[in-house]
Design a protein around this ligand. Sequence first.
Ligand SMILES: C[S@@+](CC[C@H](N)C(=O)[O-])C[C@H]1O[C@@H](n2cnc3c(N)ncnc32)[C@H](O)[C@@H]1O
Length: 383
Amino acid sequence: MDIKKIDKEVNKAVRLIRRGYNREYIIEKINGIYFDKEKIFEIAKCRIKARKKFGELAEKLFFDEEGLRYATPPIVADYRARRIKGDVVADICCGVGIQLIYLSKYAEKAIGVEIDCFRAKLAMLNAMIMNTKIEVIKGDALSKKIFDKIDADCIFCDPSRKEKEEKRKFETLFPNPLKVYNLYSSKTNRIAFELPPQISREEIKIEGEKEYTSLNFSLNRLALYTGELAECDTSAVSLPSGERITDLDGKIKLKKTDKAFEYVYEVDRTIIKAGLLENLAGKVGFDGYIIQIDKRRGLLTSSSEYKSAFLRKYVVVAECNFDYHKLNRILKKLGAEKATLRFSVEPEKYWEIRKKIEEGLEGEKHFYIFKVGNKVLVAERII
Ligand SMILES: C[S@@+](CC[C@H](N)C(=O)[O-])C[C@H]1O[C@@H](n2cnc3c(N)ncnc32)[C@H](O)[C@@H]1O
């Protein structure tokens, strides 16, 4: 397999897509090398899309549509690889191999298994382009043939899932994590899974540490570490900083208030989903109150300043009743240019409200509007 020739053909397709040529024209102009022309076109399209998730690295990686959708972002893949310790690690649902490549950085040997033939080849290409030595086996991780081949002291499994479903369940993941666990626990007690972060606790039918992963203040992943890999029952990690809160961190009970103090803090939803708000408060020694808490939002207030990757800090500069004209006058006085709404509104009404609030603003400052009961807070972000 001549990777340079494949790469050259993919890049040719990338250039033609960027110049705006249509699919039929591009397919006519490119050669099918190792893969047929349709697949070269798909890889090229994915390279363009992958920039958002992979930055400059996207220019040399190989993806198909599904492989890209579920590929682990590099920062998460590196963190996960550092937690999944083993001499020989097998990633038994390796996809296009992104997590596998990072696992190979920290293990003596890394083996990948992939049921989809095309994706297994892409994983090999990605390993070559990233200069990593991995072995990729094509096959079903639950089959006896593959099971017998895998000689590893650590198993990692990131199963496929439907793009959308009402309720995430083990039974609708491929392969079902319970089947993987029952099979592979005869080989090792170091088994880790990547689960859909929205899955409810009751649906997680395997004991272990549930680690909710935040990437840039947004819930991104949920890992389940079993056996020797587990360090507690529940944890949350914020990336890229690596700050971690666990259920073993001492708690501080937080009371509710509808009065805002000098500072308000937005809480990363990852902490709310993990149920670790009081542990976070305990770890930072938070002296203050909850203003608002629901499934989507957590808002705290205090007269003291705290620093945590799980908290976004704002200083309150004004407070008034919810009245568009009043709010607009306050923002003009404060020299505002923009005012971002930080409370729940129906999506179709968001810009209508924002336009009213921002009408005629000519300043330079960016403010954030929070709602507390029937009052609104005007706040400025402190970084
Ligand atoms: C979520 S993706 C993995 C993404 C990967 N962790 C990454 O970072 O690129 C899951 C992959 O598991 C594969 N898969 C599903 N069932 C499998 C099975 N029984 N055996 C092996 N691979 C399987 C799918 O084809 C898919 O490519």
